[in-house]
Write a protein that binds this ligand. Structure first.
Ligand code: SF4
Length: 213
C-alpha cells in the first residue's frame, strides 16, 4: 500500500493520449500513452525532442486514476526517459491491476527493480550517437516477457548489435526495426536471414500512420 504522502508525489508529464501502439509485441493495439518529461540522452534521430523539457507536474493519484479509467488494456509509460522517475513509477504500477503495463527505457539506466509487465528496452546503436551510454549488464536482466528494441540506421549498427548480443545471452524478444526513412527494411531482413538470427524484423507502425498508408 502506498501512503497518502506517496500519492501526492508528482511526475513531470509531457503528454497523455490514446493511440495505436506502433512498436513491439503489442504493436497494433489501442493503448494509453503516458509520456514523461526529460531524457538523459540525445539520440541523433530522436523524434520526441519536444519531451526534453516541456510538461507539467501531475500527482501519482491522478495518473493512477487516468490509467484505471482507460478503456484499453494496454498502457505504455514512455518518454523522454521514464526511469528518471523509477521509484515514483513503481508506486504507480504496483497499484494497477488488470492492465498490461509497458515501460519503455533507453537502456542507459539500470532496469533492476522495475515493476512492469513488459520492459521495452533499447540497445542504442552507433548511428544514434549514444551507444557508449548503454548499461550492458541490463541485457542480462531482461525477462522472456520483455523486449529489446534495436533501431537500426546503418549496416554498422547491425554488425555492432550482433556482436553484443552474441556476448550477452538475452532472454527477451529482440525486435529489429529501421530508423524511419534512413535505412531500408530489406537490409535488416537480409542481414537476419544471412546471419541466422532470431530477431523479429519490424517497422515503426506509428510512422506509417503519419503517411496514412
Ligand atoms: S532516448 Fe528516446 S527520448 Fe531520449 S533522446 Fe533517445 S530517442 Fe529521444
Amino acid at each position: 500500500m502506498s501512503s497518502i504522502k506517496d500519492q501526492k508525489k508528482t511526475i513531470k508529464i509531457n503528454e497523455i493520449f490514446y493511440d495505436i501502439e506502433g512498436e513491439g509485441k503489442y504493436q497494433g493495439y489501442p493503448t494509453l500513452f503516458i509520456r514523461v518529461t526529460g531524457c538523459n540522452l540525445r539520440c541523433k534521430w530522436c523524434d520526441t525532442k519536444y519531451a526534453y523539457f516541456n510538461g507539467k507536474n501531475i500527482s501519482i493519484k491522478k495518473i493512477i486514476s487516468i490509467i484505471k479509467k482507460s478503456p484499453y488494456k494496454n498502457v505504455n509509460i514512455t518518454g523522454g526517459e521514464p526511469l528518471l522517475y523509477k521509484k515514483t513509477i513503481n508506486l504507480i504500477t504496483k497499484k494497477i491491476k488488470n492492465k498490461i503495463i509497458t515501460i519503455e527505457t533507453n537502456g542507459s539506466i539500470s532496469i533492476k527493480g522495475i515493476k512492469a509487465d513488459n520492459i521495452s528496452m533499447d540497445l542504442k546503436l552507433p548511428s544514434s550517437g549514444e551507444s557508449d551510454k548503454m548499461i550492458l549488464s541490463n541485457l542480462k536482466l531482461l525477462r522472456p516477457k520483455d523486449q529489446l528494441k534495436l533501431v537500426i540506421g546503418s549496416y554498422e549498427d547491425m554488425i555492432y548489435a550482433n556482436k553484443i548480443l552474441k556476448k550477452y545471452k538475452v532472454k527477451s524478444t529482440i525486435i529489429a526495426q529501421p530508423v524511419y526513412k534512413k535505412f531500408k527494411l530489406i537490409n535488416i531482413k537480409n542481414f537476419v536471414l544471412k546471419n541466422k538470427l532470431n530477431w523479429k524484423v519490424s517497422i515503426q507502425m506509428h510512422k506509417m500512420f503519419e503517411k496514412d498508408v
